[in-house]
Write a protein that binds this ligand. Structure first.
Ligand code: ATP
Length: 605
């Protein structure tokens, strides 16, 4: 019955839920919907539309806002230069044209659609919508996608189409948690989803709300929602929280959290959003098959890149590139390396209920470590790979808070992401962030007045700051001579956080007279800026004369990253604005040369 229900009914539910103020009211609306329209099975067809981000049955649509905008423009038969088309393309931008909806793509789309679609519903059923969304996901090019969207537009009104846009973008903004939806659906739904990551299976197994389901354990081949870490402020807080427990401290590696599921010949690499990564499969399956000594097993760990020539892990961000290079058979001195820090299943048994200490022992039994390729993380030097300084210390048992402090200090010196503390007596629990694992990251290190950079562009925000510049593209000076003012600025990084709303407003107001809009079709930047062709760095506005711009003092976590996005060779990880330097003239901005010296001195190279 659920399948034959009209999609308009689901849209009314969405509107009700969105408008209800309290969580109890939101939940009761959902309950009424379930009791009225989902009584004879097929609940999955509706639930997958309510929780689109958890639906893995149809792959990705390949439609983020910008591509969706062009497909919708074509599907509606609009000229790309028309006012409404520009509204969609520049959906983040505010002003009279986009109105109050700037920054909310679905709302901007609804406005545009309202002028083109009638009020009457086309009578689309939930089943028909799912079939069309399947076509949308499986269509391979924009022309096909546009044609599916145009069928959807014919069968819906503007309201319905707005919700479909949100389903495609996988965020309904209903203000109700996934937990509440699961709970109303069935008291055991969340638990079952956590161990299977399979929404269809949850809906099929838990059709009857009155029938309780025996807690299911994890299975090889089905992704499990990962155990998570709780953030703590400092070593003392961490030590206090784990008071009386046997504690291991580990390096917090900065890569991709990946679960490896091995079932005979079959090997999966599941990411945190339950996707099976084909590129890791290609690059790492052989290594895993040869060095994982059991037939069936689930490992939990981090996929990283190992730099053979530097004999260390590479900076975050190159996993996909390296996986691609491996697939293309390109020679490289960098390779993927999996670090297993936990084991969840061995042979035909789940081991998540055993203590971490026992699981470490299992890990040592089943993995044959291979340096720089496949490592295990267990206390006192299990990891084959040594730190650059020579010590094997990636993990150790802490006996007092000083041990934690010392280990943490070392990670800061080594420019690692931080540390994770774990209770060695604890079991592994899916989706748990209650404090069995604690994470401690270094505070932003004050880079002082050295990182004084010039604002060269701006990006519109979304949501609350939709339509207003909320982030900046900043640049470093490129000095042509010792006693001259810089004539060129090189794009360096994008920064948005750190200022209060008032401080941000003050900067934006001061710079507004010098904004040069960089709207579609994007034009070349002003000649005094050097940027890359990477679309990620294209700002929405340029500052059209550097002499009028403002210097920001930025801080960052200690690490710099090699940059392919920005024109400067290095960029910053997690930059933050520390303060606005109204007192400093534009030409005293940090130059590339000095910045490179800073990078080299902090790298020790
Ligand atoms: P963050 O952005 O801080 O990584 P998060 O929400 O992605 O936060 P958390 O569960 O809070 O993830 O932090 C743990 C994450 O740290 C894991 O998901 C994993 O990817 C990563 N990690 C790196 N090294 C370890 C380790 N030794 N033990 C556990 N997790 C680790």
């Amino acid at each position: 019955m659920c399948e034959e229900t009209k999609f308009s009914v689901l849209c009314s539910l969405f509107t009700w839920i969105q408008r209800s103020r309290t969580s109890a009211k939101k939940r009761s609306k959902f309950r009424i919907f379930l009791d009225t329209f989902c009584i004879n099975g097929h609940q999955f067809s509706a639930i997958r539309l309510i929780l689109p981000n958890l639906d893995r049955e149809r792959g990705s649509y390949g439609l983020k806002e910008s591509v969706l905008a062009t497909c919708l423009i074509d599907a509606l038969g609009m000229s790309r230069e028309s006012e409404d088309a520009l509204r969609l393309i520049n959906w983040r931008k505010g002003g009279a044209k986009t109105g109050a909806n700037a920054g909310n793509f679905a709302m901007v789309a609804a406005e545009v659609l309202q002028r083109r679609q009638g009020m009457t519903s086309g009578g689309l059923t939930i089943k028909e919508l799912n079939d069309l969304l399947d076509c949308l996901a499986s269509s391979e090019n924009r022309t096909e996608k546009t044609s599916v969207l145009s069928t959807l537009i014919k069968k819906t009104n503007a309201q319905e189409m707005k919700w479909i846009v949100m389903i495609i973008l996988k965020d309904l903004k209903l203000g109700i948690s996934e937990k509440s939806i699961f709970h109303e659906f069935h008291p055991d739904a969340e638990d079952l989803f956590n161990v299977t990551c399979d929404l269809k299976l949850v809906c099929e197994k838990l059709k009857d709300r009155s029938q309780r389901h025996k807690r299911q354990d994890i299975e090889v081949g089905k992704a499990v929602r990962p155990q998570l870490a709780m953030r703590v402020a400092d070593a003392t807080a961490a030590w206090k929280k784990l008071h009386g427990k046997e504690v291991v401290v580990e390096c917090k590696f900065d890569g991709d959290r990946i679960q490896i599921h091995k079932n005979g010949e079959e090997i999966h690499f599941f990411s945190r959003n339950f996707l099976d990564h084909p590129e890791y499969k290609y690059a790492m399956s052989n290594i895993v098959a040869q060095n994982l000594l059991v037939d069936r097993c689930i490992l939990d760990g981090e996929m990283l890149v190992w730099d053979i020539s530097l004999n260390r892990f590479a900076e975050f961000g190159s996993n996909q590139e390296i996986a691609k290079a491996a697939k293309e058979g390109l020679d490289s001195d960098r390779q993927l390396c999996y670090v297993a820090f936990d084991i969840l299943y061995v042979g035909d048994t789940s081991v998540i209920h055993q203590t971490l200490k026992e699981r470490h022992e299992l890990l040592q039994k089943v993995v044959k470590p291979l340096k720089g390729r496949f490592e295990i993380l267990v206390p006192s030097g299990g990891l084959n790979t040594h730190r650059p300084s020579g010590e094997p210390c990636w993990s150790l048992i802490a006996y007092d808070v000083d041990d934690v402090e010392r280990f943490f200090k070392k990670t800061v010196e080594n420019r690692d992401e931080g540390i994770v503390l774990k209770d060695l007596g604890s079991k592994w629990e899916p989706s748990d962030r209650s404090g069995k694992w604690l994470k401690l990251k270094p505070e932003y290190v004050h880079a002082g007045s050295d990182l004084d950079v010039l604002i060269i562009g701006g990006y519109y925000g979304s949501g609350r700051r939709g339509g207003e510049v909320a982030q900046f593209l900043v640049g470093l000076a490129d000095h042509s001579g010792p006693d001259t003012y810089p004539r060129r600025f090189i794009s360096f990084c994008r920064v948005g956080t750190g200022l209060s709303d008032d401080e941000l407003d003050a900067v934006v107001t001061k710079l507004k007279p010098y904004f040069r809009k960089n709207e579609y079709p994007k034009k070349a930047p002003p000649s005094f800026y050097q940027v890359t062709n990477n679309s990620k760095e294209r700002p929405d506005i340029w500052i059209d004369s550097p002499e009028k711009s403002i210097i920001l003092s930025i801080t960052s976590d200690i690490r710099t990253i090699r940059s392919e996005v920005f024109a400067a060779p290095y960029s910053l990880r997690f930059p933050r604005i520390d303060c606005v330097r109204y007192d400093k003239p534009w030409h005293e901005c940090l130059d590339v040369q000095s910045f490179m010296e800073l990078v080299h001195s902090s790298n020790g190279t």
